[in-house]
Design a protein. Structure first.
Lengths: 117, 117
DNA sequence: CGCTATGTATAGCACGGCTATACATAGGAC
DNA sequence: GTCCTATGTATAGCCGTGCTATACATAGCG
């Protein structure tokens, strides 16, 4: 079992991860949570108390729009990226990559290269 | 001028950066601050209110030992890695690299490769 | 004599991830 | 019928850490 990522490292990256997950189509909260866990190999497993306030922030900032699904038995809230959300994703991605480059100057360049697969 | 790194991204990495800076010999606070700014190309410029509490934490956790320099006119507090601090640096470095790999699975592999220079 | 750089320190704020708790329905096990 | 789990969303309050503001002291220059 892979160790989970430290919470403090996750701070400032979680928004980016959620925006990235939403980039390939609308999803509801529980689904986002699962995809984060699956794609990260269980290294990122958000509790509901982390995920939902985060989604509410993204909504308040107009990075996502929402729609309640009430037709089926399940009560679900779907989240979809807005145009601003897509720009935000690009900006955050760029900022994150710059951060990684910057940190490498300190921890050395012995880090594994990004997978090209 | 390079934009400074977002505070939230820095969280969880600052300890690592300071430990890394201390890896090539003892330094006092003001010197650490300068080296962080220089090596990062001004992307990381810690205020005193951030740096000193951080150093105090590292000391309380026994990752560094300290020595006051009082002989000269300048009153300086030198920080030096302990054995535990060196282990901590290795562990944090490993954890950080794992975090980066993990995040790449979300933001894509289009990131620039680490410099081999 | 004042101004800047050097040098360390603390108090209190802001923010976001955390745990704990709450509530509701679907569906299988018993 | 009832229990248990998975599904699904939500809020309250704690906690760690980076932030600003403030404080104090000396060296050195104009």
């Amino acid at each position: 079992m892979a160790a989970s990522i430290d919470s403090e490292l996750l701070r400032g990256s979680l928004d980016l991860m959620v925006l990235a997950v939403l980039a390939d189509g609308p999803k509801y909260g529980y689904l986002i949570q699962q995809q984060l866990r699956d794609t990260s190999g269980s290294r990122v497993d958000l509790q509901a108390g982390t995920l939902y306030p985060l989604l509410h922030r993204l909504e308040a900032d107009k990075y996502v729009r929402t729609r309640w699904e009430t037709e089926t038995g399940r009560r679900r809230k779907w989240y979809e990226l807005t145009a601003a959300g897509k720009r935000r994703l690009q900006d955050q991605t760029r900022a994150w990559q710059e951060y990684v480059e910057c940190l490498r100057a300190f921890v050395g360049s012995s880090a594994p290269a990004p997978r090209t697969a």
